[in-house]
Design a protein around this ligand. Structure first.
Ligand SMILES: Nc1ncnc2c1ncn2[C@@H]1O[C@H](COP(=O)(O)OP(=O)(O)O)[C@@H](O)[C@H]1O
Ligand SMILES: [Mg+2]
Length: 233
């Protein structure tokens, strides 16, 4: 069995009188330590997949196996523990707390788990040794995203889920953030799932899951992922 397996997962949302099928019979597998890109146009169902993997939403049917456990059968308390202990989340717009310093933002996350990494060390690891006591408004977009990544990885998560992590960043800063995420998978063997609509990023992944209209269109394994410095968009 693979580390992560989505099996025939369905999710729809009711909006007013109509039903939107956000994920239709979605199945895929991910191995531990892989860097995975979920690629698709806006509305394809990518964020829905990520929210299901992260225990932030529940599906209507199908299995969501994470490290041998089907979280689709979890109750609210189990899902809360799962989100707290096993998942790191990185969002497009960073979602930092404005009146807390970089270090305090990271501490917020590490305080809720028992095996957290040292917040100062994690900020140094993401290249922010000179920014530890700065507030978000004093940081560039790329630096804020690096704080958000530090916050996610300080929890020492099993899986790191990133929804359009470079969507708000310029080209070079986006590449630095991707490098950091690729390093997480290569050096720490964290399973990293990145959602993007940018097909140019896909060659850096070990596995590419293409989505269209709520379905998985195809999955490709990339034996020789490209280095981030060689991709362009
Ligand atoms: N909370 C929600 N309520 C209603 N509709 C939603 C919700 N989340 C997503 N959808 C709809 O589900 C579909 C897939 O959305 P999403 O997973 O966000 O796609 P993507 O991330 O690929 O842009 C879209 O049609 C979207 O409008
Ligand atoms: Mg989305």
């Amino acid at each position: 069995m693979s580390y992560i397996e989505l099996i025939n997962s369905n999710k729809s949302y009711i909006v007013g009188e109509s039903k939107i099928d956000a994920n239709k019979d979605v199945s895929f597998q991910i191995e531990q330590g892989e860097l995975v890109i979920v690629l698709g146009a806006s509305g394809a169902g990518k964020s829905t997949v990520l929210n299901l993997l992260g225990g932030m939403d529940t599906n209507d049917s199908g299995s969501i196996i994470i490290d041998g456990k089907d979280i689709a059968g979890y109750n609210n308390k189990q899902l809360c523990d799962y989100r707290r202990n096993d998942v790191g989340f990185v969002f497009q717009f960073y979602n930092l707390v404005a009146n807390l310093s970089a270090k305090e933002n990271v501490d917020l996350a590490s305080e809720i788990v028992s095996d957290a990494l040292d917040s100062t060390q994690v900020l140094i690891d993401v290249g922010l040794e000179k920014r530890i006591n700065n507030f978000p408004a004093q940081l560039s977009g790329g630096e804020q995203q690096r704080v958000a990544i530090a916050r996610a990885i300080a929890k020492n998560p099993k899986i790191l889920l990133c929804d359009e992590p470079t969507g708000a960043l310029d080209y070079n800063t986006g590449k630095q953030v991707l490098q950091l995420l690729q390093d997480m998978s290569r050096e720490k063997h964290t399973t990293v799932v990145i959602v993007t609509h940018n097909a140019a990023i896909a060659p850096i992944a070990d596995r590419i899951i293409r989505m269209q209209d709520g379905k998985v269109k195809d999955t490709t394994i990339n034996k020789e992922p490209q280095s981030i410095k060689d991709i362009e968009w």
